[in-house]
Design a protein around this ligand. Structure first.
Ligand SMILES: [Ca+2]
Length: 173
């Protein structure tokens, strides 16, 4: 009986401590398509092009992957951003990638990791600048969150620990 309880307690402990990372479904985000824009989804990857945004609320976001690609050139300084709780951060731009001879450049897949898991409204976006021609693309995938253990898990764990202590005490008496 005690062995069984120990196993149960260990199982509960494991379940509580190893809160598994989960992927957030980007298709549940709100899409805004502006001028000459489009958003498409391919196996969990969102492709935003032209001028478009993808906005949603996340809980305990730990990381996401992004890739900015552009066939545009200066002074048509298209750019891509992520906005966290209203504060924008530029991911990349035509200017930062630099003009290329073949008019096509890309950051390749990059991982954006949070030191502290982010909870709140997140927006991914890409925009044309100067004119609406020659669409740049921001691709986003692997939007990963780490769920916090549910209160019921803590309750179960606490109950099992208490039961174990009581049984141990009874045995000693
Ligand atoms: Ca452009």
């Amino acid at each position: 009986m005690k062995k069984l309880l120990s196993i149960l307690a260990l199982s509960a402990l494991f379940a509580a401590s190893s809160a598994r990372a989960t992927l957030i479904d980007l298709t549940e985000f709100d899409q805004t398509i502006g001028t000459n824009g489009a958003i498409t989804f391919d196996a969990g990857t969102a492709f935003l092009s032209g001028t478009a945004t993808l906005t949603g609320d996340v809980v305990n976001l730990t990381s996401f992957a992004w890739n900015f690609s552009t066939p545009d050139y200066l002074p048509f300084d298209d750019y891509a951003w992520v906005r966290l709780a209203g504060t924008p951060y530029t991911l990349s731009s035509v200017g930062s990638l630099g003009n290329t001879d073949d008019n096509s450049s890309t950051t390749g897949w990059q991982t954006y990791s949070f030191d502290t898991p982010f909870t709140g409204t997140i927006q991914f976006g890409v925009a044309n600048r100067v004119d609406d021609d020659v669409a740049s693309t921001l691709a986003v995938r692997d939007v990963v969150s780490t769920p916090v253990p549910e209160p019921s898990t803590y309750g179960l764990l606490g109950g099992l620990v208490l039961l174990g202590l009581v049984l141990r005490r009874c045995r000693k008496a």
